[in-house]
Ligand binder design. Structure first.
Ligand code: ADP
Ligand code: MG
Ligand code: ZN
Length: 487
């Protein structure tokens, strides 16, 4: 994006509320990306005439949890509305949603941007139901579509931000922060690939300094964070080129073609009037008791942002490292358990081994923290061994590899593999003198001012020690003997 225009972006996020049953009937919520179609369907969610919806209390509770976590004002009375449109996967011909009086509104969420922290306003949070799914088939010269209603009537939460994100980075961080909150409060697993969380950016640009809004395009079908970033970047550039060449952005809904890396016009944007919203006659207003809402508020866990601040303040972590750790509630819990168990290691050392070597192994193997073969206290035990000088970093990495593959205890792995670090012994001293004696040329070179040769000599000692020597002790012993031979 050139410096002439400012991106203006608002997000609409749909998150499946992963309750046991659907929003208005007792059909189970099943994974609609696997298994048989149309196995979780009843007269209500298949839109049979005369069937009456019943509100799922668990879904309302989930929705309130998210709304509170987003600092929203909860409307103790909210109203379900019919949003009419025709689509073959919407058997009733309308979707039950909320329009004029949503469950919650006027919240906010703190995110990181290149220019520091930003408080993003949340316009509204409302409950609705999902549609079914169509599969378009082309077989034997025939073209037809199949409908699967497993997803029809699954509870959805829609979260709408104000249009105040001004970079691709802010868009990504806002989406990540929302996902993290959904996961923290335990309502959604945050899986974009499976469509459990769907992010739709509304994108416009305006000349820098202008306070008016440009016309926006809304992008659908983004099933990864990578697509969200690529599509937003592409769309901003497309709009800029269009405006620069004298054209005008038209308000429309666009799709994202991931293979071609382009946004595509899908349909001109509907306006609210097209949907003929009116209060759902089959449902009473949704009335919540204040005490019930307050009980939910008290049950919320510490949220990622607050936890991050606390980690920075009490453990001295860098904000970035704290961010990485708090993004997943289970990871943050693991870390806190590890820190609490430490005898010698400090919180930073544990954070380094967690986000460095351990995350590396987990990413490579696709392992979640809950699937590890060892517990947080084993990570602490390893870090205590490192901090106590019992094992050097190379040895510790080997121990972690064994923990990861088989489990066990660091002390016994160190013993079994002979990884005890050798520091400050006669052994270390004689390795250093042997290396000095065996490399007269390099020693002379170093003493004549070729400083990098020190690393060569250091490497020779470490090799002699089979990698088990304490690197710091080797360095100081080597330095001492070289200084002595210079005299
Ligand atoms: P609709 O419900 O028709 O999609 P809304 O007015 O509720 O439209 O806005 C939906 C989303 O679009 C919100 O996230 C909002 O922040 C964003 N938005 C509204 N106007 C603009 C604009 N000019 N540029 C970018 N985003 C916008
Ligand atoms: Mg919209
Ligand atoms: Zn049903």
């Amino acid at each position: 994006m050139s410096s002439k225009y400012q991106p203006v972006i608002g997000l609409e996020v749909h998150a499946v509320l992963e309750t046991r049953s659907k929003m208005f009937c007792s059909c189970p919520v099943v994974d609609s990306t696997i298994g048989e179609p149309n196995i979780a369907v009843c007269p209500v969610c298949s839109g049979m005439p005369g069937m009456l919806p019943v509100i799922n209390e668990a879904a309302v509770e989930y929705a309130v949890r998210v709304a509170l976590a987003l600092n929203c004002k909860i409307n103790l009375t909210s109203i379900f509305a019919r949003k009419s449109y025709f689509y073959p996967d919407l058997p009733k011909g309308f979707q039950i949603s909320q329009y004029e009086q949503p469950l919650a509104q006027n919240g906010w969420l703190d995110i990181e941007t290149a220019d520091g922290e930003q408080r993003v306003a949340i316009r509204r949070v409302h409950i609705e139901e999902d549609t079914g799914k169509l599969t378009h088939v082309e077989k034997g010269g025939q073209r037809y579509s199949l409908v699967d209603l497993n997803r029809s009537g699954v509870p959805l939460l829609e979260i709408v931000t104000e249009p105040e994100l001004h970079s691709v980075e802010a868009v990504r961080n806002c989406a990540y922060a929302l996902r993290s909150i959904l996961r923290y409060v335990g309502v959604n697993s945050g899986n974009l690939e499976k469509g459990l969380m769907r992010i739709e950016p509304n994108i416009s640009i305006r000349p820098i300094g202008s306070s008016e809004f440009g016309t926006r395009a809304e992008i659908k079908n983004l099933n990864s964070f990578r697509s969200l970033e690529r599509a937003t970047t592409y769309e901003l550039a497309r709009q800029e080129q269009l405006v620069e060449s004298g054209g005008r952005v038209v308000q429309q809904t666009m799709g994202w073609d991931d293979a071609r890396g382009t946004t595509l016009a899908q349909r001109s944007k509907e306006v609210a009037e097209d949907y003929r919203y009116f209060p759902e006659p089959d449902l009473p207003p949704l009335v919540l008791e204040k005490a019930w809402v307050e009980k939910i508020r008290k049950s919320l866990p510490e949220l990622p942002h607050a936890r991050r601040e606390r980690f920075v303040a009490t453990f001295g972590l860098k904000p970035y490292d704290a961010d990485v750790i708090v993004a997943e509630r289970e990871v943050a819990d693991f870390y806190e358990t590890a820190v609490a168990a430490a005898k010698v290691a400090d919180a930073k050392l544990i954070a380094n081994w967690l986000t460095g070597a351990l995350f590396g192994l987990m990413n490579e193997a696709g392992t979640e923290i809950g699937e590890l073969r060892f517990g947080a206290k084993q990570l602490t035990a390893l870090c205590d061994q490192i901090a106590g000088g019992k094992v050097n970093p190379a040895g510790a990495r080997e121990v972690l590899g064994v923990l990861f593959a088989e489990g066990g205890s660091p002390a016994s792995i160190i013993k079994a593999r002979g990884l005890q670090q050798i520091s400050n012994t006669g052994q270390l001293r004689s390795w250093v003198s042997e290396v000095i004696a065996a490399n007269p040329q390099q020693v002379a070179g170093y003493l004549a001012g070729n400083a990098p040769l020190l690393n060569f000599l250091f490497g020779q000692v470490m090799q002699k020690a089979g990698g088990k020597a304490n690197p710091a002790a080797v360095r100081s012993e080597l330095q001492a003997q070289l200084d002595a031979s210079a005299k």
